[in-house]
Ligand binder design. Sequence first.
Ligand code: G6P
Length: 362
Amino acid sequence: NETDKGTYPFYMLKEIDEQPNVMRRLAQVYLSETGEPVISDKLLNSMKQADRIYIVGAGTSYHAGLVGKRLFESLTQTPTEVHVSSEFAYEEPILSKKPFFIFLSQSGETADSREVLVNVNAGGYESLTITNVQNSTLSREATYTLLLHAGPEIAVASTKAYTAQIALEAILAKALGEADNQIVAQRFDVRHQLGLVATGIQALVDEKNKIEELAKASFLNTPNAFYIGRGVDQNVSLEAALKLKEISYVQAEGFASGELKHGTIALIEKGTPVIGIITQEKTAGLTRSNLQETMARGAHILTIVSESLAKPGDDIVLPDVDELMTPLLSVVPTQLIAYYTSLNKGLDVDKPRNLAKSVTVE
Ligand code: G6P
């Protein structure tokens, strides 16, 4: 039974562990035997007309959109904007001549996102909802739907829906880029990458004891923490910090590592955990020196690093995948850090205070 916790103490851990299977299922559903995306021509034709993609979402789905921007821009060369739905609804950006809207929503019921979709429909624009819930409001009201097939996500803190959204964005970006004869898209072997990601996540969740020890040593007694990174690593640092806030009540910030020194570094005290996410070759050295700057102010630094960029002493090493796909791996240890911090504080991991799984008021 998909909604049974089985032997897991909390749904969140079960859902973290399900991620390798979610990656494989998306490959099964959306890729042909030869590894080509199977996405309807109608949807691809609509998207091909667009001169700009607008991704809209809230919370974790917004964070998945930030990674999506990089996928769409790299593989399709289509300028892509990402918006928090509650802001977009009332501060509508100037739209391009031919916009296409992508709504990201695990539940498909978030009122803030629906408000944007109502406006998009009123404007006569086409849209796609990427959701985990068939027949949800956002699915019914958008022109197109792609389902995440992640299985029910019950823990309030979203994990497998985030990675499923990113994986599906990668498949869609590959399909759109190929439909547009983009060489980068033709060369991007999404099936192979999803296979590497599935095995990679499995290796990380198999190391959960190590991550639990690290969480106990560094996060149990801290009032605050920082995740830092550049580019896509900064995008993941926002999601990593959100997990820590949501379920372990640690005041955490995700930050562009180069921006930290322009003010926020004033908050670093003796022992403040600063976790660097390092998966992009061109910025790895820069983030490492930004970590050193915080260490010089007393920070307790930790690293989450892709294998090919790793150095002796790094804390968590991620199997190598294409640089566009690294969020699918780098987020996993941060999910586990949040989980174990919450667990060892004795908190209700699945039902954190003040939060609801889906927010149906604006
Ligand atoms: C709520 C949940 C978050 C979630 C957000 C968006 O605030 O607590 O975990 O990311 O809604 O939900 P959606 O279903 O639209 O992805």
